[in-house]
Write a protein that binds this ligand. Structure first.
Ligand code: ZN
Length: 204
């Protein structure tokens, strides 16, 4: 299990066979790969399952993201993010909160009223903080996040070079922000998958 996510990460970049995204099913997966169950496929299958009480890598990293979310002081929506490189190293962690030196006790957490009296004017999202808190080259890394990224965070994700997203919740699929986020991810061929889907064998 030492280098499983490294294998997994290369697998993601190479094949995207498990991606739910229809574009990737056509643009990123060759027919030969679709029809073959390689040893790499079998490794992926075993790596994503919980065995003998040991967390799988995806469960572990999503668990870190969920734990990070609990640091957020947002009374309504706590979000956490965890960035992982191809060697299973966590290279960035974040949660939603106000910028440094902007006190949680002074700035507003409300959602209604004048824009500058709402949290929207001030809060930094978990993905942005995870990226900004990292000192690593994020090209080719994976982002585990408890909530599907908004369009503003997707811009940062693409600019930082993150190539894969695993999310746990997607509340706002009908919003313009979500549509814009998906549009950019699709254009950039960045894969995204619900965490629960990672428990399904890609060969099914
Ligand atoms: Zn965001």
């Amino acid at each position: 299990m030492d280098n499983t996510l490294a294998q997994f990460g290369r697998h993601i970049l190479k094949r995207h066979f498990w991606c739910v995204h229809p574009v990737h099913n056509t643009c990123c997966t060759s027919k030969t790969e679709e029809n073959s169950e390689t040893s790499e496929t079998k490794r992926y299958d075993s790596d994503t399952k919980r065995t003998n009480g040991v967390l799988s890598w995806p469960d572990y990293f999503m668990g870190v993201a969920k734990l990070s979310a609990k640091r957020s002081k947002d009374p309504k929506t706590q979000v956490g993010a965890c960035i992982v490189d191809r060697q299973n190293h966590i290279v960035g962690i974040g949660y939603n909160g106000f910028p440094r030196r902007c006190s949680d006790d002074v700035f507003p957490w409300g959602k209604k009223g004048d824009y500058d009296n709402t949290k929207y004017a001030y809060v930094c999202h978990a993905e942005a903080n995870a990226i900004l808190n990292s000192s690593s080259d994020l090209r080719g890394t994976s982002l585990y996040v408890t909530l599907f990224p908004c369009n503003e965070c997707v811009k940062l994700i693409l600019q930082s070079g993150i190539t894969h997203i695993v999310y746990n919740d997607s509340k706002s699929v009908s919003t313009a922000s979500h549509r814009a986020a998906v549009r950019m991810l699709d254009a950039a061929c960045v894969t995204y998958i619900h965490h629960s889907r990672m428990m399904v064998s890609p060969t099914l």
